[in-house]
Design a protein around this ligand. Structure first.
Ligand code: CAA
Length: 401
């Protein structure tokens, strides 16, 4: 049975910060951010968006009524979840009106969560071929104002429907994976900002990649030339390039050029959104699929997932016949085209505006946020979410469930 990605979409908040302008304010050369780190724009989440709403907005864009009926498992990969106990998946399940006879679970291992979710989804579909699984990767990356990690923040979510007979990409061959208990990046439960040993994290990312790539080659009997492109987890777009460079000399000159050219295309969306942690690898895959118009059906795409702390995995997927017909490129073009630039001062104010942490209630202005699904406040310790589309249709007598 073929199992893979049947649908894939993403959502990023409607505001962004220009990295050139951040560089000027931080007194560094803009080229450090745009070339050295490789980021142009950073998505900024308003207070009315959290990992739940970002994920729900990403999924809302791609699900139809048949999906909502057939999805019986919602797997929510995140490292910026909103509750220590209840999963973000349960909120998304309700906000989207998914079949109540479904499982809903959160998966955590830093930026590896969505990949772990995909592997679980594969097992579920193998046992239940009629099922569909909704896999979400959603995060807001926060390091802090004027920190070393500041230029590598971002916000957004990717949603994927995993099913049998997938229309976009079928997973093919083995996976190679590796875990080790290291402190390169982590976030203690008392902190809303990540701790990071930046240089060490870069080294470990490359080291994990070379280990799983070596293991993958032995397991799969494949080499670089078998891949049309390799997509990477992208905390910033220079990172994947460094990892690819560590192995690229195994390939002929023409294969090196192809992989490097396609790598560049696969970074386009990430370059304009920033790090979205768990969804970053899949945002890069989306960038490759939607931005490279001549990417042939049947191409084999390598995928490297890295979640600090750390787990790394390399696996692959083959593009299905006419896969381009099943992408949501226009919706994503519109999303990028309607974003609004904010100043560094506005970004700093938004960064400092956080939800109460003392248990008090708050009401938020959701009219300022064009997203269909928003956080409207906190009441009696419980986050209040609104699906504007459904509320409007309910008011007029309909019900989108
Ligand atoms: N023109 C062009 N390039 C320039 C430049 C200029 N004027 N000035 C500097 N540069 C280059 C530097 O040469 C350097 O390039 P190389 O890495 O190729 O050597 C690059 O810009 C960055 O410069 P620095 O190393 O001096 O940057 P920094 O010390 O400010 O920190 C960072 C960079 C470590 C990535 C930091 O932003 C950080 O800690 N980010 C968060 C951690 C992270 O993203 N780690 C990645 C691996 S972990 C992971 O993948 C999980 C995850 O999602 C977090």
């Amino acid at each position: 049975m073929e199992i893979g990605i049947d649908k894939i979409g993403f959502y990023a908040p409607h505001m962004y910060l220009d990295m050139n302008k951040l560089a000027v304010e931080r007194n560094v050369e803009p080229e450090k951010f745009t070339i050295g780190i490789g980021q142009e724009k950073m998505a900024i989440a308003p207070i009315t968006q959290d990992s739940v709403t970002l994920a729900a907005n990403a999924a809302l864009n791609i699900l139809d009524e048949e999906d909502k009926e057939k999805i019986d498992f919602v797997l929510f990969g995140t490292e910026t979840g909103i509750d220590h106990s209840k999963s973000g998946a349960v909120y998304v399940h309700r906000l989207l009106g998914i079949n109540p006879n479904a499982r809903a679970v959160e998966v955590k291992q830093a930026c590896y969560g969505a990949t772990a979710a995909i592997q679980m989804a594969k097992g579920h579909i193998a046992l239940n071929p009629e099922s569909k699984v909704l896999v979400l990767g959603s995060d807001i990356a926060r390091y802090g104002l004027k920190t070393g990690g500041e230029a590598t923040q971002g916000a957004g979510a990717v949603a994927m429907v995993i099913s049998a007979e997938p229309r976009v990409m079928r997973f093919e061959g083995p996976s190679a994976f590796y875990s080790d208990d290291i402190m390169d990046f982590w976030r203690p439960v008392y902190s809303d900002k990540a701790m990071v040993d930046g240089k060490f994290s870069n080294e470990q990312y490359i080291s994990f990649f070379t280990k799983v790539w070596k293991q993958y080659k032995e397991k799969a009997g494949l080499s670089l030339e078998d891949f049309e492109a390799i997509c990477f987890h992208l905390p910033y777009t220079k990172m994947g390039k460094k990892a690819l460079r560590a192995v690229i000399e195994e390939a002929s000159q023409s294969v090196q050029e192809r992989l490097m050219d396609n790598y560049q295309v696969s970074t386009e969306y990430n370059r304009n959104v920033g790090n979205i942690y768990t969804g970053s690898l899949y945002l890069s895959l989306l960038s490759l699929l939607e931005e490279k118009e001549d990417l042939a059906d049947g191409s084999l795409i390598g995928l490297f997932s890295y979640g600090s702390g750390a787990v790394g995995e390399f696996f692959a997927g083959r593009l299905q016949p006419n896969y381009r017909d099943h992408l949501f490129t226009e919706k994503h073009d519109e999303l990028f085209g309607t974003r609004k630039e904010i100043s560094v001062e506005e970004y700093e104010n938004m960064f400092e505006e956080t939800l109460p942490s003392d248990g008090s209630s708050i009401e938020l202005d959701i009219d300022a946020d064009p997203a269909p699904i928003c956080l409207s406040g906190i009441k009696e310790h419980s986050r209040q979410y609104v699906n504007k589309q459904r509320d409007v249709s309910t008011l007029s007598g309909g019900d989108s469930r």
